[in-house]
Design a protein around this ligand. Structure first.
Ligand code: ATP
Ligand code: MG
Length: 440
């Protein structure tokens, strides 16, 4: 993509209304703009990051055996009356009337809708277990929307729902999602700690929040120092189809204490002793097992092989896809701007032509841009007629993993410069070697 044809409204000034660094950088780097309180437009660069996060989430859900679908944002109030949550949900729910005066709402979550859809289609034990998910916008009329996309009112969530015939099956589904979450966040370069959590209005008795440690986090968290190591790699060797092995793995992992403020455990904190750590954290995912809460209330019944009938056991599993954009920046930035982990970066390479007014330099940069395209390397090409300093500042701000710099002095010696954003390391090499390096 040529910057002269792109839409990238970057700013130098720190926006006064943005309190935390990720919110400031998202505005400055032209990722989002607020259009109403807690509601954001995703500009082209931000949309690419969102899409990359979605892709990783989707791949790991699919790998865990979950099936993607898409439910609407607008739901009927009657659906929520079935579970008796319509009145219980309170002012966080955005309630709407259509032209016929029918009561509708903008969905804050989808337990009711998925239960109704599954109930109406499934009558036999043969159709279970299943895990279904979608990636869809939610609306919650938060009292205090703040920190940009981290606590928005409209936000993008991946929500999955599991249906099983018994508790053992439901635990297996829960454990599958548990390791899918470890893998998902690790692929984004994040260390997310699964913490015992309160189940809140969703109900149920087994729940973990996946938390990223960051000083700007909204919740206070407590954990054993064992969690300071990156433990997601341990999940790679586990066979998710082997229920006993999976349960043993999750039990072993969660043996090391980690809990949110609401779920503090004095005994386990004391046992951790000097190894207990406390920090602030950002919740990027939350998983629940809540049994038959909705299938009972909404009368979902399946026939068992012995002629008996059961209410399926359910769990639900959320990931804050749009919140993750902010969380990733909180976890990875420096004084000059964002430092994207490669897996989520909007482009892999920022190509800088130092002298747009020098025909030789421009021709060399154009040629390199063409070759990067042929090699399938996502490149943002700063072909503007601007000072080199301004171009470097923009590239550092938007945080692409690699900068490839073409300047007249280097060209005389047959070299270009390759800079790694994360470390600032620079290296001179031939254009061919740079291409080979970036293609690898
Ligand atoms: P929180 O405790 O932060 O309010 P929650 O417990 O209400 O979150 P869930 O219902 O578990 O959230 O939603 C699943 C995920 O969606 C959360 O883990 C979080 O990452 C994300 N999320 C929830 N509320 C918001 C919001 N207002 N803005 C952005 N992301 C959100
Ligand atoms: Mg929560």
């Amino acid at each position: 993509m040529r910057l002269t044809r792109y839409f990238l409204p970057v700013t130098k000034e720190t926006p006064a209304d943005a309190q935390i660094v990720s919110h400031q950088l998202m505005l400055r780097a032209g990722l989002v703009r607020q259009t109403a309180a807690g509601i954001y437009a995703w500009l082209p660069l931000g949309k690419r990051v969102l899409a990359n996060i979605e892709r990783i989430v989707r791949e790991e859900q699919d790998r865990a055996g979950a099936l993607e679908m898409l439910m609407p944002t607008i739901q009927s109030a009657d659906l929520w009356r079935e579970s008796e949550r319509y009145d219980a949900y309170g002012p966080e729910m955005l309630r709407i009337a259509d032209r016929h005066g029918r009561e509708m709402l903008y969905g804050p979550t989808n337990e009711e809708m998925i239960t109704a859809l599954f109930r109406d289609a499934v009558k036999s034990y043969r159709d279970l277990p299943r895990i279904l998910y979608h990636i869809q916008w939610k609306f919650r009329d938060e009292v205090r929307p703040r920190f940009g996309v981290m606590r928005g009112r409209e936000f993008l969530m991946k929500d999955a729902y599991s249906f099983d015939l018994d508790e053992a099956g439901a635990r297996h589904s829960y454990n599958r999602m548990f390791i899918a979450y470890l893998r998902t966040f690790a692929r984004m370069g994040l260390t997310a700690i699964p913490m015992q959590a309160d189940t809140g209005p969703i109900g149920g008795d087994l729940s973990h929040e996946f938390i990223i440690l960051a000083p700007s986090g909204e919740s206070e968290v407590f954990y054993h120092k064992a969690w300071e190591a990156d433990r997601a790699a341990e999940a790679e060797g586990v066979d998710a189809n082997d229920a006993a092995a999976l349960q043993a793995f999750v039990a072993g992992l969660t043996n090391d204490y980690a809990a949110t403020d609401e779920k503090r455990d004095d005994a386990r904190e004391q046992a951790a002793g000097a190894d207990l750590r406390t920090s602030r954290g950002i919740e990027v995912g939350h998983i629940f097992y809540f049994g038959t809460k909705y299938t009972k209330a909404m009368n979902m019944i399946v026939q068992m092989p012995d002629g008996g009938q059961v209410h399926p056991e359910m769990g639900s599993y959320g990931i804050g896809v749009s919140r993750l954009v902010g969380a990733l920046i909180e976890a990875s930035h420096d004084a000059a701007g964002i430092v994207w982990p490669e897996a989520v970066a909007p482009f892999k390479v920022g190509l800088i032509n130092m002298r747009a007014d020098d025909p030789r330099c421009a021709a060399a940069a154009d040629e390199l841009y063409g070759k990067l395209g042929i090699a399938g390397i996502d490149t943002l090409y700063d072909d503007r007629d601007e000072r080199g300093g301004a171009k470097f500042a923009t590239m550092d701000l938007i945080g692409l993993p690699w900068q490839l710099i073409v300047g007249p002095k280097g060209l005389e010696r047959g070299v270009v410069e390759l800079k790694r954003r994360a470390t600032g390391e620079r290296e001179e090499l031939s254009a061919e070697s740079a291409l080979a390096r970036l293609a690898g």
